[in-house]
Design a protein around this ligand. Sequence first.
Ligand code: FE2
Ligand code: FE2
Length: 241
Amino acid sequence: MRVAAVGDIHMGADSQGLLRPAFETLDDCADLLLLAGDLTRHGTPAEAEVVAREVRDLPVPVVAVLGNHDHHDERPEEVTAILQDAGVTVLEGTATVVECAGARVGIAGTKGFGGGFVGRSAGEFGEPVMKEFVRTTRRSADSLCAALKDLDGQDCAARIALTHFSPVADTLAGEPPEIHPFLGSYLLAEAIDTAGADLAIHGHAHLGSEHGMTAGGVRVRNVAQPVIRRAFNVYHLGGEG
Ligand SMILES: [Fe+2]
Ligand SMILES: [Fe+2]
């Protein structure tokens, strides 16, 4: 099966129609479209409406997570509802199964959060706000793990973990090391490796690189649009490399 993915499209009032022509060709090259968060610039309902018009009635199913930008206006529920109204399945600590190319593919998603990577990570220690920072990531990772496990027994030919923040440092190559703790967390990779997945898709790291892998051997792809520099990339699952 063929999985199209892009993140960090950061749409605003002047973005309408930029991606629609490419998205309308999706059935030629992909079986579903994953959106890896930061779909808007500031998370306003008006920007969400731009995204909704861009992806409404596409020829393939669309599954998304929100990004930090989609939270900026502090109305993620409204952004989610607007996307859902356009037919997008929005995941947050949840999973969905999509029928595509005669097979079932399971997608578990969460926005994720920061904290850093092994050896250079924040811990649940000290001030309450610091503990809450790390606990926020841990809760997100736990929800991703549970959502992936929910896909067990659902006869999925493949399982995908979809996040906005990165589960690994590999795909941050190119980003200043000083900001790695704000770009992702190893807890997300632990969740993916514990529950198992065939592919992990994320965004957020605009200056990062596309290819990485978890310690457990799960392929990781950073699909932030400034990284992939196209409307979407297509990944093949199920023995096609
Ligand atoms: Fe972004
Ligand atoms: Fe982001």
